[in-house]
Design a protein around this ligand. Structure first.
Ligand SMILES: [Zn+2]
Length: 138
């Protein structure tokens, strides 16, 4: 069965190119590649990605990188929380989300209050009471 149909294609193709498949699983997949153009194309693209990553030259890290990084971390930790570049988890987005949730709950509460339920009564009309409804069928 084609791994594309089972949803395991990406995992299988990556494992195949990383050579982490068992010999038997690799042989089965190679046999499938001969018959399936879609898997062959994905496998070829994965091979191109691995080749591009092999060719990628990472620029060297400056010798004082660690020193500057730890100095920056120490500087950030000395600042009060409102001046830090990395905000605390309860600021900005979370506060807005909580405010929006509270507003939604308040709107739902106001929408379902009894005064709203009685608003459709005509002038002079009284709202039904439970006893009236219960005795109406007798
Ligand atoms: Zn296939």
């Amino acid at each position: 069965m084609c791994p594309l149909a089972t949803g395991r294609a990406a995992e299988l193709i990556v494992d195949y190119h990383a050579q982490t498949l068992s010999l038997q699983a690799a042989a089965v997949f190679e046999s499938h590649l001969k018959a399936c153009a879609a898997c062959r194309r994905l496998s070829s693209e994965q091979q191109m990605l691995w080749s591009a990553l092999d060719d990628w030259k990472v620029p060297p890290v400056s010798p004082d990188f660690d020193l500057r990084l730890f100095g920056r971390i120490a500087y950030e930790q000395r600042l009060p929380w409102w001046q830090r570049k990395i905000p605390p988890p309860w600021s900005s987005g979370l506060v807005v989300s909580i405010a929006a949730a509270c507003a939604a709950l308040l709107a739902a509460f106001l929408w379902k209050t009894p005064s709203r339920l009685n608003a459709s009564l005509q002038p002079g009309e009284r709202p039904f009471r439970i006893e009236q409804v219960e005795n109406a069928s007798r």
